[in-house]
Design a protein around this ligand. Structure first.
Ligand code: NDP
Length: 251
């Protein structure tokens, strides 16, 4: 294979479904070697087989990315297996409704741990190999919920605002090492995300929104990531807000 990412190595978290899976396929389709991580090992094995069947190289790294040791290890294992690390995409995440009054503290902690801290763990581990190479791309998947808070999704919005802030700080921190950093803020995208909503009525309405014909598909976000990593290294797309065309609400 000799696509635009030939010779590059990527690690994608949250790759067992949705945006992470679509991104792994897109990066492999552009000839990157791809390590894929999430908890569902069977899904990862299926993804690795699909990539290999198309002539690519992939590695499954199953586990829970909220475990700081595991998160650091998948970065090391990717670089260990493929010899370098060029692209890190943090797509592992979950949605969680909740208010501040009578807050379910466990829901808040779990959501912040997954949507914010897990990305911190992998980003922290990726700096050293990328700095040694003098190049690297880190892409974190936030959300429109990281730009506009709503009372209904307190833990989710809080985690995504935090992720956006951490990512922008990281961009300022590591640009001098040749590492590009990008935060992506998708709107409604057709994935399994809404399955994680506890309240059945709310789950149904968010699922319906995500499944509309006008919603984006995971490959749309994957294509945006491919665009970002394919630009000349002097150009860093720092932030991408990607909304369904039909979503005409103010950004
Ligand atoms: P999915 O539910 O399809 O994907 C979420 C991924 O995260 C799965 O691969 C899941 O795999 C993984 N994951 C969840 N918990 C853990 C964990 N503890 N450890 C490791 N992996 C974990 O949803 P999306 O693809 O939509 O979500 C991807 C990202 O995009 C999320 O950060 C989400 O917030 C964001 N986003 C999505 C939008 C949408 O409309 N879909 C809009 C805006 C942002 P597994 O269960 O196998 O561990």
């Amino acid at each position: 294979m000799s696509g635009v990412l030939a010779g590059k190595v990527a690690l994608v978290t949250g790759a067992s479904s949705g945006i992470g899976e679509g991104t792994a396929l897109a990066l492999a389709g552009a000839s990157a070697k791809v390590a894929v991580s999430a908890r569902r090992a069977d899904r990862l094995d299926g993804l690795v087989k699909r990539i290999e069947a198309a002539g690519g190289e992939a590695l499954a790294l199953p586990g829970d990315v909220t475990d700081a040791g595991f998160a650091a290890r998948i970065v090391e294992d990717t670089a260990g297996k493929f010899g370098r690390l060029d692209i890190l995409v943090n797509s592992a995440g979950a949605i969680q409704e909740g208010h501040v009054e009578n807050a379910n503290l466990e829901d808040w902690r779990r959501t912040i741990e997954l949507n914010l801290m897990a990305s911190l763990y992998t980003c922290r581990a990726a700096i050293e190999p990328m700095r040694a190479q003098g190049s690297g791309d880190i892409i974190n998947i936030s959300s429109t919920a990281g730009r506009k808070a709503t009372a209904l999704f307190g833990p989710y919005c809080t985690s995504k605002f935090g992720l956006t802030a951490m990512t922008e700080g990281l961009r300022q921190e590591v640009g001098g090492y040749g590492i590009r950093v990008c935060i992506i803020e998708p709107g409604a995208t057709s994935t399994e995300l809404a399955c994680g909503i506890s309240d059945p009525d709310l789950r149904k309405s968010v699922q319906q929104l995500a499944e509309q014909d006008t919603s984006m598909k995971p490959e749309d976000i994957a294509d945006a990531i491919l665009f970002m990593v394919s630009l000349p290294r002097r150009a860093n797309v720092a932030q991408m807000l990607i909304k369904p065309t039909s979503d005409t609400a103010p950004a």
